[in-house]
Ligand binder design. Structure first.
Ligand code: FEO
Length: 168
């Protein structure tokens, strides 16, 4: 069983993951309306990843014999200036999530909950990947100034993104 402190912290993180999913789905809608189907698909895939993160934590809490308490999810932002603005927001958001994941891992270390420290390691690694892929895309978008044939090509590439849930 998880300590009450850890249970509360993971429940907070579950809510943050659902909140991330909702934000990315909102971005996918905006990008679709901006006639960028590839980037809209990319963001919808990001939404799927966040749902996976939330459920991975949900399953872990139950597996440890503790309780999940679902909270409300705030209304996501739905308007951006342009695609560069969207990806700047995404990077900022992921940097915030990284801090939350690190804080949660530090709490598990303080509580000497080795199973949770081990579990959180997957998320620590995942954040490195998430920040790197968003930074790379943002740099490419800045390179083509978020417009013209460069943007058209990047949109085609973004359409190729897939998400396969990892086996464990
Ligand atoms: Fe669940 Fe994008 O981190």
């Amino acid at each position: 069983m998880l300590s009450k402190k850890i249970e509360k912290a993971i429940n907070k993180q579950i809510n943050a993951e659902f909140e991330s999913a909702y934000l990315y789905l909102s971005m996918a809608t905006y990008l679709n309306n901006e006639n960028l189907p590839g980037f809209s698909h990319w963001m919808k895939t990001q939404y799927e990843e966040e749902m996976f993160h939330a459920i991975k934590m949900y399953d872990y809490v139950l597996e440890r014999g503790s309780s999940v308490s679902l909270d409300s999810i705030k209304k996501p932002k739905h308007q951006w200036k342009n695609i560069i603005d969207v990806f700047e927001d995404t990077l900022k958001h992921e940097q915030g999530v990284t801090k939350m994941i690190n804080d949660l891992t530090s709490l598990a270390i303080d509580e000497r909950d080795h199973a949770t420290v081990n579990f959180m390691q997957w998320f620590v690694d995942e954040q490195v990947e998430e920040e790197a892929s968003v930074s790379e895309l943002l740099a490419q978008l800045q390179l083509v100034e978020g417009k013209g044939s460069g943007l058209f090509m990047l949109d085609k590439e973004a359409a190729q993104r897939t998400f396969t849930p990892p086996v464990n």
